[in-house]
Design a protein around this ligand. Sequence first.
Ligand code: ATP
Ligand code: MG
Length: 259
Amino acid sequence: MDVLASQTPAALGVKGLTKRYGDGTLALHDLDLEVPAGSFFGLLGPNGAGKTTLIGAICNLVRPTAGEISVFGHEGSSMHARRMIGIAEQEPNLDKFLTVFETLLYHGGYYGMAKGEASERAEQMIDAFDLRAKRDVEAPKLSGGMRRRLLLARALLHRPNLVILDEPTAGVDLELRHELWSYIRKLHEQGTTILLTTHYLEEAEALCDEIALISGGRIVARDTATGLKDSHGVGTLEEVYLKTVSSGRIALAEEAART
Ligand SMILES: Nc1ncnc2c1ncn2[C@@H]1O[C@H](COP(=O)(O)OP(=O)(O)OP(=O)(O)O)[C@@H](O)[C@H]1O
Ligand SMILES: [Mg+2]
């Protein structure tokens, strides 16, 4: 193994992560996952597999029942780890009283940027995400796609080392999808680690250098798209998905029945 590579901490290290919600739902079950620094990593799985719960736990939005999380070697709940992550959540959670510009400016402040720097960066992101005409408009007055643009602009504002995108292209028009991917690709080329969830398998295959399939709160397969297809003896990622995902669902149902 490359000595240097072995010394670089993973962008994300998840060990034995379990989440049981208050109503008894077992959303994550002893999940292990390592995302190498600098990778473009895809997390695929069906509705209810545990993707958003996993992301929530990484970003301190969901309190794990058990397990450990590290971000570039820092303990997941530390301020250092928090500042290294940029997240665009699946459900747009924007303050309805703030304009586009204010949303970005306050986010910068929250992440420790000086006001001048945050303001300059906010203007940059407004242009990058084509929101100039809506700069002084509050979030509820934006269209759904514009809200998603703002969500992404906010996630990237503080120049995070690890960008987590939870279904960023759901409900997004073709043009934005292309723009978004060219922007994210550029970020990735500059060294940013990307963790992406999507239900568009072809998107994941085109973008991600590694893919993990999650089902029933566990990682059920992980490899490059080519590696996944080869090891399952199939020709498409969709076939791998269908094969692995059903096994995960059965495992969780058995586990739930036992406990
Ligand atoms: N706050 C909550 N309380 C109880 N159960 C929850 C809560 N949030 C999520 N769950 C449950 O946890 C499981 C995993 O949900 P999660 O949102 O992580 O799935 P997901 O993989 O992101 O799915 P999707 O593709 O639909 O976004 C589901 O059974 C879901 O109903
Ligand atoms: Mg989700």
